[in-house]
Design a protein around this ligand. Structure first.
Ligand code: HSE
Length: 314
């Protein structure tokens, strides 16, 4: 039997889905915040989750009900190795149900932990479908790769299709920083999706597609002003704003403090803003944080950059 200290540890970053104008298709990886999965061989055959920390008892140990477990299991099935004795430990190091891609980070780390433990039978990019399989548990149906893709690959990603995965990594503009705030509230992605209307008025569809195209062009042209103009969501944000306490005052404070754009992170309730450098991002964080502090909303706040590496062995 191999010992735990001959196992491997994977870190997968948190992520911001949608990135304002790309509902279900844009995502970016968050540096320094994320989950860890440790995997090692054990004598008893089969995959088992032996320890979960940082989840306040909210996550199941049953492999097929846990996003990290299910992603790991699907990969073992694909490789024909389900009989191997493998133990997983999940260390949640970010808020759950926050809109920061918590379930995606766990699913990515679960799939990657198995791949690394088995000496990399697949390329990193080929782990997308297995991580997505884990993420279905959070969505309650076909998952979208807008959190999975950046958590696995790093950077800013554009998902042309989740099934089969067709993911493009976009360039970033040097200096781009994030201000992130996560309140002590939980909004389930399933619920935040159930309130969305199926119909999009034609004029909003046109404006939204123009912004998404301009967002991509801004990254390739390294153009902060075009990026600023493209960071508007006419479709999803107005429908979800009421799920987030003080959303509009928060956004106004971020823009007044100099942010390029501000919106809901994924399905919320976390919010984020993008800024052209770390000094502005600090001021934006302070300005947003003050709104929630005044309203008595407990929250965590970070200033960070985009993680360019994605999931990695520690
Ligand atoms: N893009 C999704 C949403 C979140 O906003 O509902 C994760 O796929």
């Amino acid at each position: 039997m191999q010992k735990k200290n001959s196992g491997i540890k994977i870190f997968a970053p948190a992520s911001v889905g949608n990135v304002v104008c790309g509902f279900d298709v844009l995502g970016l990886a968050v540096k320094g915040v994320g989950d860890e999965v440790i995997a090692y061989f054990k004598e008893k055959p089969g995959l088992e989750i032996v320890h979960i920390s940082g989840a306040k008892g909210k996550l199941p140990y049953e492999v097929k009900k846990n996003t990290a477990g299910l992603a790991a299991w699907r990969l073992l099935e694909y490789l024909g190795k389900t009989e191997l004795g493998i133990a997983l430990e999940l260390r949640k190091k970010m808020p759950i149900g926050s809109g920061l891609g918590s379930s995606a980070a766990s699913a990515v780390a679960g799939a990657m932990a198995i791949n690394e433990l088995l000496k990399r039978p697949l390329e990193k990019r080929d782990l997308l479908p297995f991580a997505l399989a884990g993420e279905t548990l959070a969505i309650g149906g076909q998952a979208h790769a807008d959190n999975i893709a950046p958590s696995l690959l790093g950077g800013i990603t554009l998902v042309r299709s989740s099934n089969p995965p067709d993911v493009q990594r976009l360039p970033i503009i040097p200096g781009l920083h994030l201000s992130l705030l996560s309140p002590e509230l939980q909004v389930l992605t399933k619920e935040a999706r159930s309130i969305l209307s199926d119909a999009v008025p034609l004029k909003d569809f046109v404006r939204q597609s123009a912004n998404l195209g301009a967002f991509v062009a801004a990254l390739y042209r390294q153009d902060f002003q075009l990026l600023r103009r493209s960071l508007e969501d006419f479709v999803i944000e107005p429908q979800r704003a009421s799920l987030i306490p003080q959303f509009y005052p928060l956004k106004e404070a971020a823009l007044e403090a100099g942010a390029l754009g501000c919106s809901i992170s994924g399905a919320g309730p976390a919010v984020f803003a993008l800024s052209a450098n770390s000094l502005v991002a600090e001021e934006v964080k302070e300005a947003m944080s003050e709104i929630w502090t005044r309203a008595g909303i407990d929250h965590q706040a970070w200033v960070t950059e985009i993680d360019m590496e994605g999931a990695k062995k520690m």
